[in-house]
Write a protein that binds this ligand. Structure first.
Ligand code: NAD
Ligand code: WQD
Length: 351
């Protein structure tokens, strides 16, 4: 049997880009996803991009019998764990769903891993675990703060659960990768972000305005203490993020224990800077209007990614122009996301 990396949530936005990076680097991967926020078509696209069969199981990580069967059938030596519900707004309305899926699902996964003596885990954490940081850029050793919503609290709880687990048994090797704001898409335009329902994040909202699915963009808040009054974030290209997982897996071959790494660029852009860059790059005017601040938003958030540079040999390579070009190529080639067509999408020119 081939050594296999299990990717939970591998049909989702970041998981699919990471699956592609791992396959291209020679890993054998198995994707487990219940498709609650993704499509089977994504796996087909991965197969087209890699010209190989991708092992895929449509199932729920909360199902212990299913997981046990998977770990018995495949020679899994590491897990990259993306599966999660991720809508901040929904988590406020349905906290039990978030704690059950994200926290209990991870607990279930770890129990089955331990039972099968698989101890390498890369976890999708988030800058949300820092809460509202006292200063920027954010360093890992600031310590975690107080996340302001149930989704964020599930990420912090999982970090704490994994820390306790690691301290209980030296065989564990766990990477907590704290993502800043992932955007962009693979340069082929074949895979990208395809949220089910109305999006909440800035770039999906912006591109859906650009293709006419949403009439105008709402900009939340114009009175923050920032360069132009709108919030500043550290946007990172999803392909750079995917490569960060590859780097973490390589380092974990030789290290045990738990470690956290910021995956960001170290550069912050405001909402208005993003809108104006998008307009410059695509030539499309974005109608927008200001609205009051969105509950729970913080003014500024960007990373100091130097620890990942030193310890993983990783740094983001792609700038804002490429992030926007690739986001737009994906969205304009697939106006309805993966539902647009089961055909290979046509390439769309970008100004
Ligand atoms: P996504 O929704 O596109 O991907 C998550 C995938 O997990 C989906 O395909 C979904 O169907 C699957 N899933 C959810 N619950 C499952 C379950 N019980 N069993 C099996 N599959 C399940 O989200 P994403 O943006 O790719 O995020 C991936 C990870 O990164 C998540 O853990 C998320 O919390 C984290 N993260 C995302 C961001 C972001 O802005 N996108 C930022 C920081 C951290
Ligand atoms: C960015 C900026 C909005 C939409 C969230 C989660 C975080 C992490 C990443 C997973 C903010 C503004 C947005 C819109 C707007 N996820 N905005 N109009 O809030 O930084 O982070 O996603 O872990 O936990 O909280 O990202 O893309 O939602 O917002 O003005 O229609 O864009 O107010 O200033 P955020 P975002």
């Amino acid at each position: 049997m081939r050594k296999t990396t299990l990717i939970t949530g591998g049909a989702g936005y970041i998981g699919s880009h990471t699956a592609l990076a791992l396959i291209n680097a020679g890993h054998h991967v198995l994707v487990l996803d219940n498709l609650c926020n993704s499509c089977r078509e994504c796996i087909t696209r991965l197969e087209q991009l890699t010209d190989t069969h991708v092992d895929f199981i449509n199932g729920d990580m909360c199902d212990p019998i299913l997981l046990d069967g998977i770990f018995s059938r495949y020679d899994i030596d590491s897990v990259v764990h993306f599966a999660s519900l991720k809508s901040v707004e929904e988590s406020v309305r349905k906290p039990l769903d978030y704690y059950a899926n994200n926290v209990a699902g991870t607990l279930n996964l770890c129990k089955v891993m331990a039972a099968h003596e698989v101890f390498k885990l890369v976890f999708s954490s988030s800058a949300t675990v820092y809460g509202d940081p006292a200063q920027t850029p954010i360093l890992e050793d600031f310590g975690t703060g107080k996340p302001v919503n149930p989704y964020g609290r599930t990420k912090l709880m999982i970090e704490e659960l994994l820390t306790d687990l690691c301290h209980s048994d030296p065989r564990w090797s766990i990477a907590l990768l704290r993502y800043f704001n992932p955007i962009g898409a693979h340069e082929s335009g074949m895979i990208g972000e395809d949220p089910k329902g109305r999006p909440n994040n800035l770039l999906p909202c912006l591109t859906q305005v650009a293709i006419g699915r949403i009439p105008e963009l709402t900009v939340f808040g114009s009175d923050y203490p920032t360069v132009d009054g709108t919030c500043v974030r550290d946007y990172i290209h999803v392909v750079d993020l995917a490569n960060g997982h590859l780097a973490a897996l390589q380092v974990m071959q030789h290290h045990s224990g738990i470690n956290s790494w910021n995956l960001g660029t170290g550069i912050g852009y405001s909402v208005l800077q993003i809108i104006h860059s998008f307009e410059d790059i695509t030539g499309i005017t974005i109608p927008y209007r200001f609205a009051p601040r969105r509950l729970g938003d913080i003014a500024k958030c960007w990373a100091d990614p130097s620890k990942a540079g030193r310890e993983l040999g990783w740094s983001a390579q792609r700038g804002l122009e490429q992030m926007i070009t690739d986001t737009w190529r994906w969205q304009s080639s697939n106006p309805q996301g993966y539902q647009s067509s089961i055909e290979t999408p046509a390439r769309v020119a970008v100004k």
